[in-house]
Design a protein around this ligand. Sequence first.
Ligand code: IPM
Ligand code: MG
Length: 361
Amino acid sequence: MTHKILVLPGDGIGPEVMAQAVRVLDTFKAEGEALEWSFGLLGGCAVDAEGDPYPASTRAAARAADAVLLAAVGGPKYDNLPRDKRPERGLLAIRKDLNLFANLRPALAFEELADSSSLKREVVAGLDLLILRELTGGIYFGQPRGRRQDDNGDEQGFDSMYYSVPEVERIARVAFDAARKRGKRLTSVDKENVLETSRVWRETVARIGRDYPDVELSHLYVDNAAMQLVRNPRQFDVIVTGNMFGDILSDEASMITGSIGMLPSASLDEHGKGMYEPVHGSAPDIAGQDKANPLATILSVGMMFRYSFARGDLADRIEAAVKRVLANGLRTGDIARKGEAVTGTRAMGDAVVAALATNKR
Ligand code: IPM
Ligand code: MG
């Protein structure tokens, strides 16, 4: 069976880092793996070409694919477009369209990079945390939303936040299943002291937890969770939370590991179909300069093999290759310390491809 992949390079540094990730696909294909991929447009480049950040051609290709690889979308050029034409809309639209409700954001502190963290080495070394963010509900998608006049006649903006019991159940099950395969500890993050959605969230997670007596469940308020993450991040194994809290906490967690340029993510539907993308953005300030770190996108390819194609062996090889290039001292600008030599995007890709050639079975 051939795995069909839709590749969406996107904007900014997206095309550069994706080019290196595609070289990993080339490598495996040359080894005989049944892989097929095509390219599509999402975000600003899609607005330029088709006037729509998630055009119908991309929608059709994404629905037909077994997995989607995305680099990054957005840029200053698009900041003044109407909201429905903004690149971010394309990202939210594809998540919703493919029903990618479970967003896995692992925060792994590579030993070699422990000194790049803004926290002390002894606080972060060995950190291995998984954040599970609900991705298709909550305040990101709730209707109604918009602008209106309040009772005093003043203009106001408003958004709606909802979580229904089935929406919480399905993300909770993904979280408990993930915890079961790891350290068997799950922390659910909410704002149950204030929000009704969080009451539903907490009750539902606790009820699903009865099906997982082997997983230790705890609950934290989001403000406390934000504090605990910088106080002692290694206390966590798996964190499950809603869309907006997950957006914020996953950025915080990424910095703890040293660089957001290292972190991959997976967004999955109920059947294991997924979209894989680095957690970082399109970094327009360094676009086209061969400076961006391609490792998060390359590690996202690894997650694709693990979660959508059940090829943990190929994921392991990618992760080992990345560890190897770090151990050999290669550093893009984002992970280099003062005085360390800086490697470019393409040269980093060369090194990963070379390391993959030596770790064949
Ligand atoms: C993320 C990003 C997106 C989000 C933006 C670009 C819409 O911050 O994937 O974390 O908020 O979900
Ligand atoms: Mg974010």
